[in-house]
Design a protein around this ligand. Sequence first.
Ligand code: SF4
Length: 625
Amino acid sequence: MMSAAPVETPPQAPLPSRVRTTCPYCGVGCGLKVTRKPEARDVAEEPGPSSRMQPSDAAHAEPARVGDALEIAGDERHPANLGRLCSKGAALAETLGLEGRLLYPEIRGRRARWDEALDEVASRFGACIARFGPESVAFYVSGQLLTEDYYVANKLMKGFIGSANIDTNSRLCMASPVAGHQRAFGADVVPGCYEDLDCADLVVLVGSNAAWCHPVLFQRMLAAKAARPHVRIVVIDPRRTATAEAADLHLAVLPGRDALLFNGLLDYLRREDALDWAFLESCTEGFAAAMAAAKSAGSIPAVARACGLDDAAVAAFFRWFAATDRTVTLFSQGVNQSTSGTDKVNAIINVHLATGRVGRRGSGPFSLTGQPNAMGGREVGALATQLAAHMSFSSENVSRVARFWSAPSVARRPGLKAVEMFDAVAAGRIKAVWIMCTNPAVTMPDADRVERALRSCDFVVVSECIRDTDTASCAHVLLPAAAWGEKSGTVTNSERRISRQRAFLAPPGDTRPDWWIVTQVARRMGFEKAFAFESPHEIFREHARLSAYENDGARAFDIGALAEIGADAYDALEPVQWPLPARGQSRDSSRLFGDGTFRTPSGRARLVAVQPKRPAREPDEAHPL
Ligand code: SF4
């Protein structure tokens, strides 16, 4: 099972003095320019290896913070931000120090060499699989990983270990839009793009404090409103947030009543004859059932009462929505992170389908992703409920992926989702877990229970940048990962735009990129040929090839046009939106479904009958939301 191949340091290309890269903080995906200040080019950093910045005579320079030697600015050529930057992105240079970094592999608290640590991980996982089967191991990954990292982790677990027990922390924030998009459109697709915010006449934000969480996009909305003062902004949120402060109308809806409010809107649109009957008849299905469910919301006063709102405020929102063709409805964690999040997503999509406002300039439902690469994880399939490249676990897909990967034991059914995974760890069914780039002992619901589960687990591996996290303290093996600025690859933002992240710092100590760590373990588990990757570029090409493999257009995620991209072209890749199929490369990918054709078997979008549920538990003083 194991090969004790020596560890070679990945080749290090000289780092340029200026790179265009992507902000690692949020799903807006802003482009950045990172420039080394001329006067600081011979500056080293303290503490840590002296060669962190190049040129290499840095070792003899006065110690200084690496961030002081860099200038970070918005990239005016990047379509996501057009040069804008929020305070978080602007302060990125301050995060580049080595304080708290995990710099060397550790086995049970002892500093180890890479080959020892990799052998330990491969042999312990291998032994577990041999004795208890592939379902006894799991990976818990992260929307902070790059797409190339994600791809190899998913390939190893689903293709070669033969289990689908890989799930991502994006499960916690994005599972509802994934399921809502699949129900409505037949594919996990955000139909619109950021440019829609420039030309919408009504912007509705539901459960989204974009002013804080997606600041550059929010500034873009305010700029559009300043340029075209008739533009209205409506915020639907129980809290009076900074976003609500800037709105024309704030509906402080009672927690958990969003679906009821949108059902009420759907019924109002019918009563006011504001539906797009031609679109409904030719491009959708499920209208009658969705309408029947919506009718129970009742009149405007009934909706207002149930939602804890003023009649006049609800009436104004309904009137504006009915009258405004160019309407974008953005939604985020206030909708998604709910026991009925998927229904809330579909209640929002329903009103857009009923008015034909999908995939048209300035109109559409728009899920804002939280993490920088939540979308990339969805694209490679690193959710336990997907196989790979937007494919489900149908026998046809399993066979297709097995042929593509030349993998004999591809997982045939969904694996454990995040909460189930840690329950299985607690119950002893998962005996070895590898956590990459995330801190579930803090971030999972009922985090103390997760920490107890990890402490009881036979074998815990953590790949991390930071030495002392709550999760790292549970690890038997710690693997030092390269951080933003030290690694290269791609990320995808909320508008389906793939951007390059580019390294501008040498990895300190023994840190390595996540794709390299996964690949090395896979080789030691006996899968050398399938994980012969030597660079993120090679992984990206395979990822692009899989997206296009036997894809006759049925799968929306297709970046086949990039399947043969060369190393130089990958290095220089400009931000691009998918789909980007090999055929029809000139097609505009900025908006999808504008032609009324969807990815369901019938080609029609589905309105979903949403029966609003009362929250499982009403808010109280201790739990006000
Ligand atoms: Fe970074 Fe998000 Fe701010 Fe853009 S809006 S600079 S991606 S944190």
